[in-house]
Design a protein around this ligand. Structure first.
Ligand code: FAD
Length: 178
């Protein structure tokens, strides 16, 4: 399997594939992994996860979707948004189980942007919180690198997806490799 980009999306994808027994070629154009994560506020929101349950907060992905739809004024793509929000509780539980520690005052409503109606956002105690998430992902990546399940190549820019019959079967990179 080839994963293009080692931001939080690509890292999670590569780690999950390797956890499931796959072998992954992870291509990243930057000198290091993380994408925008080092600069991110690290706010993570989900509808219906354990920290909400512990605080008696009633929530679910559909209510999360209703809030996103209201805040985006219907500009979000409904199918992708629903898919993402349905997976969000599991993603958050995965990060918590892997050692992400969050501010004890969370989940809370964040007022830095038009707010959700329900406390469903957690973040690390550090500011910005993105590096705390990267600090959780990196050891998982390192374990797979050491075991040879992920082959990480940095400073490799993918220029083209190679397809056969409509399916992606490979990539081309800026240095001419395929
Ligand atoms: C200042 C700031 C604050 C933010 N705060 C939050 C927050 O609090 N909560 C939140 O949920 N989100 C936040 N975000 C958004 C969040 O960081 C992004 O949604 C997230 O990083 C997206 O992850 P990604 O893996 O899809 O993309 P990215 O993080 O952009 O990673 C993409 C990776 O792919 C690599 N890449 C791109 N093209 C190629 C190519 N052709 N070949 C090889 N590699 C390639 C890039 O170098 C990069 O490493 C914030 C973003 C910023 C900038």
């Amino acid at each position: 399997m080839i994963v293009v980009g080692a931001g939080p999306g690509g890292l999670a994808c590569a780690i999950a594939a390797a956890d499931a027994g796959g072998t992954v070629l992870l291509l990243e154009k930057a000198p290091d992994v993380g994408g925008a994560l080092p600069y991110s506020g690290g706010h993570l929101s989900a509808g219906g996860f354990s920290l909400q349950h512990e605080r008696g907060i009633s929530d679910d992905p559909e209510r999360h979707f209703d809030d996103v739809w209201r805040i985006s004024r219907g500009a979000a793509r409904a199918d992708l948004t629903r898919l993402t929000l349905r997976e969000q509780p599991a993603v958050l539980e995965w990060l918590l189980a892997a050692g992400l520690t969050v501010d004890p005052g969370t989940p809370r409503i964040v007022y830095g942007h038009e707010p959700y109606r329900t406390p469903r956002t957690v973040h690390a105690t550090t500011v910005p919180g993105g590096p705390a998430i990267l600090a959780v992902l990196r050891p998982m990546l390192d374990a797979h690198l050491a075991a040879g399940r992920i082959d990480l190549r940095c400073e490799v820019r993918v220029t083209e997806l190679l397809t056969e019959g409509g399916a992606v079967v490979g990539v081309a990179t800026a240095d001419g490799a395929r």
